[in-house]
Design a protein around this ligand. Structure first.
Ligand code: PGA
Length: 258
């Protein structure tokens, strides 16, 4: 079954709302209709930019999906500084990254937190992009597969097969994020295949063959075609290179180089 590729720009803590508007407009000039038809594109600006970016996407009719980088799992309450999934849904956000390694490492998010967030995101009819990935030490110790499978299964715990089928998983080896070191296409493929086989073991063929799996970690215009050519890599979660409209557009146009 053909899976629609999905390429997501994770802007992290970069760009105020004015810069965000410029970036998304520039990106839309770079992309052609065929690009957007061939690949689903999502952008994930900081919370403060969401409203502005949503307005531009809407008023200019730009077919790019709006995403968020994070959310809380509660509906409302005394959680200073947090944002509820319902607030994102109201802003036409359709994808929410959850379990990014920076959230896990810097802000102490656990697998249990991530699982609650995945459920809350789905409840509000948005799609979670569930991140997983190993550290260099874990890889060298031969623990990468166990770590990644554990994060995926824990993040999806308690969901029905139908719900899992709609989720996106992003495999992001931590040693490749923001370092300029990319996993080789073969290594990335091997781990994305491992994620798919983990899903197959737990949820069966239909789910495993439907879930879209992104690779993330120093994806650039130069390495995107080889990564995207791998059978189990259905997309990319792009950090640094998504801050440059031309680079991000070239990544989205990876198929022109295959
Ligand atoms: P990078 O970030 O492309 O800058 O390595 C990827 C990510 O953290 O999502």
């Amino acid at each position: 079954m053909a899976r629609m590729p999905i390429i997501s720009g994770n802007w992290k803590m970069h760009h105020n709302h004015l810069e965000a508007i410029q970036l998304v407009q520039k990106l839309s000039y770079e992309l052609k209709k065929e690009d957007i038809e061939a690949v689903e594109v999502t952008v994930h600006p900081p919370f403060t930019d969401l409203r502005s970016v949503q307005t531009v996407l809407d008023s200019d009719g730009i077919p790019i999906a709006l995403g968020a980088q994070h959310c809380h799992f509660e509906e409302k309450g005394a959680f200073t500084g947090e944002v509820a999934p319902s607030m994102l849904a109201k802003l036409m956000v359709t994808y929410v990254i959850t379990g990014h390694s920076e959230r896990r490492e810097i802000f102490g998010e656990t697998d249990e937190d991530v699982n609650k967030k995945v459920k809350a995101i789905l409840k509000h009819e948005m799609t979670p992009i569930l991140c997983c990935g190993e550290t260099l030490e874990e890889r060298e110790a031969g623990d990468a597969e166990t770590k990644v499978a554990g994060q995926v299964l824990a993040g999806l715990k308690g969901l029905s097969a139908d719900q899992v089928q709609t989720c996106v998983v992003a495999y992001e080896p931590i040693w490749a994020i923001g370092t300029g070191v990319t996993a080789t296409p073969q290594d990335a493929q091997e781990m994305c295949k491992h994620v798919r086989e983990t899903l197959r073991g737990k949820y069966g063929d239909t789910v495993a063959d439907a879930v879209r799996i992104q690779y993330g970690g120093s994806v650039k215009p130069g390495n995107a075609p080889d990564l995207m050519a791998q059978p189990d890599i259905d997309g990319a979660l792009v950090g640094g290179a998504s801050l440059d409209a031309v680079d991000f557009a070239r990544i989205i146009q990876y198929r022109l180089a295959i």
